[in-house]
Design a protein around this ligand. Structure first.
Ligand code: FAD
Length: 500
C-alpha cells in the first residue's frame, strides 16, 4: 500500500535553484498539490550563474518555453563552448566545444582515425578543425543546428549566456502562473517533529508558520534546512579544488558578442568573461591562500575588455558537496547541495539533474528511505564526475609559474580519474563513468588541449584504406568550412532574430 500523496511542497529560496525547481513541479503536479516558495529580499540571491551547458535547452523545452522569447527576456547570447586561455601554459588556447569531432568512421571514434593521420603527416589539420562548434566560435558565427540527416549543419550543440536574475524572474512568472505561491519573508526557525525528526514547518520573521509535507532546500550555500536543521554533513573538496573565493563585476557590453565563454588562467585561479546582450559578466575565481583579495580585484579589473560598471563583489565558497542531499522529508537542490566551482558552468545543469531525479523518485507521504538512498546515490555520481572533470583542468596544466600552479600539480586525484587520464595517454581511449555528464569529445578537448598526446590508437583504424580515409577527412573539412562560411555572424544573428 502506498502512502498519501504529497499535498504541500515548501521550497526555501528563490534563486535559480528555487525557481528551476518550482517551475517543473508546478507544471507536472496536480493542482491539489500546493507549492509555496519563500525567498528573502533581505538575504537576496548569489546573483551569478550566467553560463550554461546545452542541457538547459532541454530543460526549457520540457517546460514548453518559447526559445526566442526566453533569449530576449533574459538578454541571452549563444554559447558554443568555452575558450580556455593560458591554461596548458601561458600563451595557449584550447576550445572545449559543444559537439563532436565529426562522425564516427567504421564505428571507431573520429579522433582515433585522426591520430593515425597525424602520425603519418604532422601537417595534417588539427583536430579542432573538425569540430563544427570550434570553427564557428573561431569565426564568431552562430545559427541554430538544422536538418535531420547528420551533417556539418547540425554536428554541434549550444547553450546560453544569460542574466541569472532575469532567468529566475522568467521562471518565477511561469511557476506563479501555474499556481505556485510566492512569499517574500525571512525564515527564522525550522521546526522538527519531536520524535521522527522530519521537518514539520518553518517560521517566518513575522511569526507566520508554513507547514509542509516535502521541503526543498534551495537556500544557497547556507543550506538552511539540509545542514542547519538536518545536519546532513559536507564533503569538503577544497584540497583538490582549492579556489575558495570569487570577485564578480559587470562591464560594458562587447561590441562583437562572442558565441563562447572565455576562461583565462591567472596566477592563483582564473577569470571568466561571459557576454550578454546588455553587459559582460566577469569574475575572478581564486584561492585566497595564494593571493590577496585586493590583488585579485586589481587583476580582475586589469583583465576587463570594457569599462567596469560597478565595483567587484566578493563571494566565498567551499568546494564540495552535501554528504546526503535528501534527508527525511527534505531535498537540497542548488548551492545548498554543493558547489564544485564554476569552471565548466556545471551548477545549473546539476540543478536540472537534481530536479529531474526528484521527479523520477518522487515520494509519497511515507518517504520510504530507499528513494532518498537512490536519489543520493545518483547525485553523488553526478557531482563526483563533475568534480573529477574539473580537477583534470588544474592537474594536467604544465604551468609552474606560481605557487598556486605548483600546488595544483600535486593535487591528489581519484583512482578513476587517474585511470581515465592514463588510459587516454597510453591508448587514446576515453572511459566515461557518468553517461549523463561530459562525454568523449569533452575529455578529448581538455586532455589533448592540455598537452596529452596519446601514444597509440585503436588498432582497428589501421584496417581502413588510407586513401579513403584521406578523402573522408578532406570532405568533412571542406563541408565544415563551407557550412560555417555561410552562417551568420553571432551578433548579427542576435540583432536580427532575438534582440532584447
Ligand atoms: C563565483 C560563482 C560563479 C558561478 N558561475 C556559474 C555559471 O557560470 N554557471 C552555472 O551554471 N553556475 C554558476 N554558479 C553557480 C550558480 O550561481 C548557482 O548554482 C545558482 O545561482 C543557484 O543558486 P541557488 O539558487 O542555489 O542559491 P542563491 O542564489 O544563493 O539563492 C538562495 C535563496 O535562498 C533564500 N534564502 C536564504 N536564506 C533564507 C532565509 N533564512 N529565509 C528565506 N529565504 C532565504 C535567498 O533569499 C535566495 O532567494 C556560480 C557560482 C559562483 C559562486
Amino acid at each position: 500500500m502506498s502512502g498519501k500523496p504529497i499535498r504541500k511542497i515548501v521550497i526555501v529560496g528563490g534563486g535559480s535553484a528555487g525557481w528551476m525547481t518550482a517551475a517543473p513541479l508546478a507544471q507536472r503536479l496536480p493542482p491539489e498539490c500546493e507549492i509555496t516558495l519563500i525567498e528573502s529580499p533581505e538575504i537576496g540571491t548569489i546573483g551569478v550563474g550566467e553560463a550554461t551547458l546545452p542541457t538547459i535547452r532541454f530543460f526549457n523545452k520540457a517546460l514548453g518555453l518559447d526559445g526566442a522569447d526566453f533569449v530576449r527576456k533574459t538578454k541571452a547570447t549563444f554559447k558554443l563552448g568555452i575558450e580556455f586561455k593560458d591554461w596548458g601554459h601561458i600563451g595557449n588556447s584550447i576550445f572545449h566545444g559543444f559537439g563532436d569531432y565529426g562522425p564516427s568512421i567504421e564505428n571507431r571514434s573520429p579522433h582515433m582515425h585522426w591520430l593515425r593521420m597525424q602520425g603519418l603527416d604532422a601537417r595534417f589539420p588539427s583536430l579542432d578543425e573538425f569540430s563544427v562548434s570550434g570553427v564557428m566560435a573561431r569565426n564568431m558565427r552562430f545559427t541554430p543546428p538544422v536538418g535531420e540527416q547528420a551533417s556539418a549543419s547540425n554536428a554541434y550543440s549550444y547553450g546560453f549566456h544569460f542574466d541569472a536574475g532575469l532567468y529566475a524572474t522568467y521562471l518565477r512568472d511561469y511557476a506563479v502562473r501555474l499556481g505556485a505561491r510566492r512569499i517574500e519573508a525571512t525564515i527564522v526557525e525550522v521546526v522538527l517533529h519531536p520524535t521522527n525528526g522530519f521537518i514539520e514547518a518553518i517560521t517566518l520573521h513575522d511569526g507566520r508558520r508554513i507547514e509542509g509535507d516535502l521541503f526543498i532546500d534551495c537556500s544557497g550555500f547556507r543550506g538552511l534546512l539540509i545542514e542547519g536543521a538536518l545536519k546532513a554533513g559536507y564533503d569538503d573538496w577544497s584540497s583538490q579544488l582549492p579556489c575558495n573565493s570569487a570577485l564578480a563585476v559587470p562591464s560594458a557590453r562587447l561590441a562583437k558578442l562572442t558565441p563562447f565563454t572565455r576562461s583565462t588562467a591567472k596566477a592563483a585561479g582564473w577569470q571568466w568573461r561571459i557576454p550578454l546582450q546588455h553587459r559582460t559578466g566577469n569574475g575572478h575565481v581564486y584561492c585566497n591562500s595564494f593571493i590577496s583579495d585586493e590583488e585579485a580585484a586589481r587583476m580582475l579589473l586589469d583583465g576587463l575588455d570594457g569599462e567596469a560598471l560597478d565595483s567587484p563583489r566578493q563571494l566565498r565558497f567551499t568546494t564540495g558537496r552535501r554528504k546526503r542531499s535528501w534527508v527525511k522529508n527534505c531535498v537540497a537542490i542548488g548551492l545548498s547541495a554543493g558547489f564544485v566551482e564554476p569552471l565548466e558552468s556545471t551548477s545549473l545543469s546539476l540543478i536540472e539533474t537534481a530536479v529531474g531525479m526528484l521527479i523520477e523518485n518522487f515520494p509519497d507521504s511515507d518517504f520510504r528511505p530507499e528513494l532518498a538512498d537512490e536519489f543520493n546515490r545518483q547525485i553523488s555520481i553526478r557531482y563526483e564526475s563533475v568534480r573529477d572533470f574539473i580537477i583534470m583542468h588544474y592537474k594536467l596544466t604544465s604551468r609552474t609559474d606560481s605557487e598556486f600552479w605548483k600546488y595544483c600539480a600535486n593535487i591528489s586525484i581519484s583512482d578513476s580519474l587517474c585511470h581515465q587520464i592514463e588510459l587516454f595517454r597510453e591508448t587514446g581511449r576515453v572511459v566515461i563513468y557518468d553517461k549523463s555528464g561530459f562525454m568523449e569529445p569533452s575529455f578529448i578537448a581538455i586532455m589533448m588541449g592540455l598537452g596529452i598526446k596519446p601514444k597509440t590508437y585503436d588498432p582497428f583504424v589501421d584496417l581502413m584504406d588510407i586513401a579513403s580515409l584521406r578523402r573522408h577527412f578532406a570532405s568533412v573539412h571542406k563541408a565544415i568550412a563551407l557550412t560555417v562560411g555561410n552562417m551568420p555572424d553571432h551578433t548579427d544573428y542576435i540583432d536580427r532574430h532575438v534582440s532584447a
